[in-house]
Design a protein around this ligand. Sequence first.
Ligand SMILES: NC(=O)c1ccc[n+]([C@@H]2O[C@H](COP(=O)([O-])OP(=O)(O)OC[C@H]3O[C@@H](n4cnc5c(N)ncnc54)[C@H](O)[C@@H]3O)[C@@H](O)[C@H]2O)c1
Ligand SMILES: O=c1ccn([C@@H]2O[C@H](COP(=O)(O)OP(=O)(O)O[C@H]3O[C@H](CO)[C@H](O)[C@H](O)[C@H]3O)[C@@H](O)[C@H]2O)c(=O)[nH]1
Length: 329
Amino acid sequence: MSKLPVLVTGGAGYIGSHAVLTLHDADWQVVVADNLSNGRREAVPAGVPLVEVDVGDEACMEAVLREHGIQAIMHFAGSIVVPESVSDPHFYYRNNTVASHALIGAALKAGVRHVLFSSTAATYGAPETVPIDEDTPTRPINPYGHSKLMTEQMLRDCAAAYGFNYGALRYFNVAGADPKGRSGQAGKGATHLLKVACEAAVGKRTHVDVFGTDYPTPDGTCIRDYIHVSDLASAHVLALEGLIADPATSFTMNCGYGRGTSVLEMLDALDRVNGTPVKRVMGERRAGDPPQLVASNRRLVERLGWQPAYADSETIIRSALEWERRLNR
Ligand SMILES: NC(=O)c1ccc[n+]([C@@H]2O[C@H](COP(=O)([O-])OP(=O)(O)OC[C@H]3O[C@@H](n4cnc5c(N)ncnc54)[C@H](O)[C@@H]3O)[C@@H](O)[C@H]2O)c1
Ligand SMILES: O=c1ccn([C@@H]2O[C@H](COP(=O)(O)OP(=O)(O)O[C@H]3O[C@H](CO)[C@H](O)[C@H](O)[C@H]3O)[C@@H](O)[C@H]2O)c(=O)[nH]1
């Protein structure tokens, strides 16, 4: 397999930094582009160049792509908090959709051949049945989901017209940290369930709010498909290899385990791993939360041969908790 030079946008952030580690471990030539708005310089391994740049700056991105002879892009950079996208949609369309438009423009000018895009289960909205496969209609229920779906559409049309190929990976709920402790979730103002719960476990918060206990699920709390960030990173490398091996084909693939876990089941598992219970405060539903999101991952497994290594819930939680303790030291 030829290992083309790869640009990772958002590579100083949570998921991007794990993809960088996986690529770097496998001897790919990697360059990171990140404006550090929510990323950390320390998350980029020694020996990997970090270019501090906004991906929405088309001229700068074109120069970066040309300077490093980039042939493939993994595009993680963007804004990720669903409620924030509801209160400030203009910013979300700019930082996700408009910035991606600029990046695609730069990629076209610099002759990039492959683009792998971080999409999301939020593109599906609130489907009535699970598991969700890639043919499920996309009906986002918030600006975040729309901003990502619009980028998928731009990639589809531009790939058909200009002759590069792309992969859109729709992540379900990403959690956990590098098993070797080299990276983890460290962005500002955590909102994700496991991150918030781990902060409570190490004493950075007093409790975890449980957003809604009256959903139509067995225990009344929302069900999600939590995927370990390092398994997601390995899916990216397989997807990149797939794009390189078959340049005439683009694809959209869900990334999840196909397993649903409720909020209370996650918190129970955290208590078992932690040994001490984290205080829970049962509260109202949070706006915009679909009751359940569980992936069908058949495409990822069958087409790319993906084999997750960290799927066990307690493994995910242990890695997240160890990372949180490390951050707290
Ligand atoms: N975390 C999840 O559960 C989840 C789920 C589905 C999809 N995603 C997608 O995965 C990607 C990465 O998410 P994450 O959780 O690692 O978030 P993150 O905030 O940790 O990482 C995003 C990185 O992009 C950088 N960035 C943001 N805007 C930029 C810009 N305009 N120019 C350059 N750099 C910029 C930030 O500094 C940060 O380092 C995002 O595109 C997100 O939408 C995340
Ligand atoms: O303090 C908290 C935080 C979350 N939750 C609940 O835990 C579940 C998961 O919430 P997260 O905030 O961890 O994640 P989301 O499901 O809202 O969203 C995440 O996964 C989505 C896809 O499934 C999108 O990709 C999105 O970008 C990403 O943030 C939800 O039912 C939420 O209500 C709580 O009860 N308390």
